[in-house]
Design a protein around this ligand. Structure first.
Ligand code: ITT
Length: 200
């Protein structure tokens, strides 16, 4: 089976994708190639994922996998959305983003806390998109943050059917319900259906 280059600078995403796509082998983006990741200037998750996948496909012959993901709060008109990683400003930390979101909901007295995680996934080879999908994980925003697992907004997101935040679930539970987990199930099926190990 050929290796797949993962077009992300986010170590947490790399670790999640690696366990979700096992036994496919993922290659982390080497430090010196991270500068090739383009700015996310598109208006949709899908187009941002494509930007990342295509950019790395310029210099990598094999499969390139890219995703763009985010959290959407319905009562905030989909915020933080495609700006999830920089909600509190360029270079903001996960904690600063969480604080901004909770403060926003509180200051606007918002009681409808329904939200969803989104993951748009794109598989590219030789600058051609071979597969793409978008998957969701629905839930609500907790009143306060809890748990030390996961990353990003996990400490404030309670998936539908659970009373714990994503950061309180163990990895297996998160993978079963997460947006990224669902997108990866579809990608694995695509690899199987198309016997991609022989593809060149
Ligand atoms: P790359 O662009 O290099 O892949 P990134 O972290 O900026 O790294 P995204 O543009 O896809 O990746 O932004 C996703 C942000 O959405 C991420 O930084 C988190 O804030 C949030 N997010 C996405 N998936 C999440 C998850 O499973 N749990 C918690 N937060 C998540």
């Amino acid at each position: 089976m050929q290796k797949i280059l993962l077009a992300t600078s986010n170590r947490h995403k790399y670790l999640e994708f690696s366990r979700l796509l096992y036994p496919l082998t993922l290659e982390a983006l080497p430090e010196d190639l991270k500068r090739l990741l383009p700015n996310e200037t598109a208006k949709s998750y899908r187009d941002n994922a494509k930007l990342k996948g295509m950019a790395l496909s310029e210099i990598y012959e094999g499969f390139v996998l890219a995703d763009d993901s985010g959290l959407e709060v319905f009562s905030l008109h989909g915020e933080p959305g495609i700006f999830s990683s920089r909600y509190a400003g360029e270079g903001s930390s996960a904690q600063e983003n969480i604080d901004k979101l909770l403060k926003n909901l509180q200051s606007k007295n918002i009681t409808d806390r329904r939200a969803r995680f989104v993951c748009a996934l794109v598989l590219v080879k030789k600058k051609k998109v071979l597969f793409e999908t978008t998957a969701f994980c629905y839930g609500i925003i907790a009143d306060r943050q809890k748990g030390g697992g996961g990353f990003g907004y996990d400490p404030i997101f309670i998936p539908e059917g659970y009373s714990l935040t994503m950061a309180e679930l163990d990895e297996k539970q998160k993978d079963l319900v997460s947006h990224r987990g669902k997108a990866c199930q579809e990608l694995k099926a695509f690899f199987l259906e198309n016997r991609m190990e022989g593809h060149s």
